[in-house]
Design a protein around this ligand. Structure first.
Ligand code: SIN
Length: 353
């Protein structure tokens, strides 16, 4: 009998070991690139939800808070930066885009997750949506409550983000944002609440899908160009062209337009009133700026709806942002200016991306 048990152990145990090893080898390889934010934030007490230091938890500790990750994917953590995302820079964007492109080009990753502060998450997501050259999933996630909070949302958001990045269904859908069980497209999503857990919404287009019980499910996808179809290449760029946003308001004047032109901007996005309307007092200054070669794009401060191109006919000196928010119109204009200064060519880009 003893001999029989010994013999079975001899044959079974290595078999189990090989099966487990094979299962591990077949899991998708997901890189988690950490940039900081509330998801890596630490407060003095578990009930503190706003008084905390963002971007303090190391990526290793962040991953350790989510043990089920290891059953879903072979996860590698890497730190890009440790910042509060209000301090995000274009230099970090360029570094991030290059790193993601490098991971895909050298076949090291099947998908990438980026942990990020929520304040500028939508901007980083849109920048990557236009500059990552791959159909493989890239998913940004963050948290509205610090990691030390009694009911931190970061761990589940991170788990859902890795599940989405590991899902074949997420391929070819552009850069995604996964938060609060919802999947949104980088182009359309916006942070719409200062503190709530469901802070991210796509006001015009709606979300792409849900992650329910850990299963990412898509209902639709964007028709606008992104990632592998994008014409923008930042591989060799050291910086981006200077473009500023001016926020329209009642009784506005030409002060900031003139200052921006003097400072040498190459583009201006005017977050206009209603359908991107520009007060007379500002329009003259913007027309003069356009005559001097500054590309002026009309966007809207309303938060939803399109700034219709009909208001920017061929003869008009201004372009239209369509449904892009002012902060996303700024990013597209910067990338457009890396390729051309031709107005109609740039307007084409606003219609396609
Ligand atoms: C940040 O954007 O880094 C702070 C706020 C947040 O992550 O929710």
């Amino acid at each position: 009998m003893k001999l029989l048990i010994l013999l079975s152990l001899f044959f079974l145990v290595p078999g189990l070991f090989v099966t487990r090893k094979a299962a591990a080898a077949s899991r998708p390889r997901i890189f988690v690139l950490a940039t900081g934010g509330t998801i890596a934030g630490r407060a003095d007490t578990p009930s503190a939800l706003t008084a905390y230091q963002a971007g303090t938890l190391r990526i290793e500790s962040l991953l350790a808070t989510v043990p089920p990750l290891r059953d879903i994917a072979n996860v590698t953590g890497e730190t890009i930066c440790d910042i509060d995302s209000k301090d995000m820079t274009e230099e970090i964007w360029l570094r991030l885009a290059r790193r993601v492109n490098e991971l895909f080009a050298e076949e090291s990753a099947d998908g990438v997750v980026i942990t990020h502060g929520t304040d500028t998450l939508e901007e980083t997501a849109y920048f990557l949506n236009l500059t990552v050259k791959s159909d493989r999933p890239v998913v940004l996630t963050g948290a509205m409550r610090p990691a030390t909070s009694l009911s931190a949302d970061g761990p589940l958001n991170l788990l859902d983000a890795v599940r989405t990045a590991a899902s074949p269904d997420a391929a070819g859908k552009g850069v995604l944002i996964v938060m609060n069980g919802e999947i949104n497209a980088a182009r359309d999503v916006a942070k719409t609440n200062t503190l709530a857990l469901d802070a991210f919404q796509s006001p015009d287009m709606g979300l792409l899908g849900y992650v329910n019980d850990g299963i990412p499910t898509f209902y639709r996808q964007t028709r606008r160009y992104h990632t592998a179809q994008s014409e923008f290449d930042v591989t060799r760029l050291a910086s981006l062209p200077p473009v500023k946003i001016l926020y329209g308001h009642a009784a506005d004047d030409a002060l900031f337009v003139e200052a921006a032109v003097r400072a040498g901007v190459r583009g201006l996005v005017y977050a206009g009133l209603g359908n991107g309307s520009i007060p007379q007092s500002v329009e003259t200054a913007l027309t003069e700026a356009a005559a001097r070669g500054v590309i002026v794009v009309r966007a809207s401060r309303t938060g939803s709806g399109a700034v219709v191109p009909e208001r920017s006919p061929a003869g008009s000196p201004f372009l239209s942002a369509g449904t892009l928010s002012p902060q996303k119109a700024r990013i597209l204009l910067q990338l457009a200016l890396t390729r051309t200064a031709n107005r109609s060519e740039i307007q084409r880009m606003f219609l396609e991306y």
